[in-house]
Ligand binder design. Structure first.
Ligand SMILES: [Mn+2]
Length: 237
């Protein structure tokens, strides 16, 4: 689905030309749940890799932009986690000619795990600024920038249909100052995300999101209209 003039939402990702933007992979989240004693079936990362690879082929992707929080752990990574991260990047490099890694607030030790990679704070394509979204980027206020893409927030929304309630990941589109702002979901299927109608927002790019549009990710992407309208519907039902 087209979200903006040159930006399309595809599954949990965004596409600009031949670039695929992926946000909040949180590699190692599975292991952190195991450590806490939760039983989670393995294969979450290989499933994601499969979806990414299909998208690369289907959409003729040449460049991948990882928009922050590639890893989940804030601190030291276990050998297993380090291996998962290295393998993930090595695999991607076989599929595309360029990978850009944007630093997220979880990626404190990424430079040590991937010493051969350049890890950046942002990436600009034309008039689009791509940045993780935990901090306001100095380029965000530049007049050449017309659209800002962030992750970090992991937006999702709970929809109730009769007795059934389900949480869906979503994209948000609104404004930051006078610039178009697109918020991407976490592509990690184990991370449900922040319910944007009920929970406190994290990113400094987001204050009042009532005027934002919601795009729900289900079997395809659905335009659910404005948050304010959704709130009205919920309070009347
Ligand atoms: Mn983050």
């Amino acid at each position: 689905m087209k979200l903006s003039k040159n930006i399309a939402a595809e599954n949990l990702f965004l596409i600009i030309g031949d670039a695929l933007i992926i946000s909040d992979i949180h590699l190692g989240y599975e292991e952190s749940l195991h450590k806490q004693g939760f039983f989670i079936p393995k294969g979450n990362v290989s499933e994601l890799t499969h979806i990414i690879n299909n998208t690369i082929v289907k959409k003729s992707i040449k460049k991948i932009i990882l928009n922050g929080d590639l890893v989940h752990s804030f601190g030291k990574l276990s050998l297993k986690e380090r291996y998962v991260v290295k393998e993930f990047i090595t695999d991607l490099k076989k599929k595309v000619s360029k990978i850009i890694i944007i630093k997220g607030n979880h990626d404190n030790v990424l430079e040590y795990i991937l010493p051969e990679e350049k890890i950046v704070k942002e990436h600009i394509i034309g008039d689009v600024l791509i940045t993780h979204g935990d901090l306001i980027n100095s380029n965000a206020n530049k007049k050449e920038i017309r659209t800002i893409i962030i992750g970090h927030e992991h937006p999702s929304i709970t929809i109730s249909l009769g007795y059934r309630t389900e949480k869906y990941k979503c994209f948000l589109k609104g404004f930051y100052k006078k610039k178009e702002l697109i918020v991407m979901p976490s592509c990690n299927m184990l991370i449900e995300g922040t319910d944007i109608l009920r929970e406190k927002l994290l990113s400094p790019y987001l204050e009042n999101i009532d005027s934002f549009n919601v795009y729900i990710i289900g079997d395809k992407i659905y335009d659910f209209g404005k948050i304010s309208a959704l709130k009205d519907k919920m309070s009347n039902s």
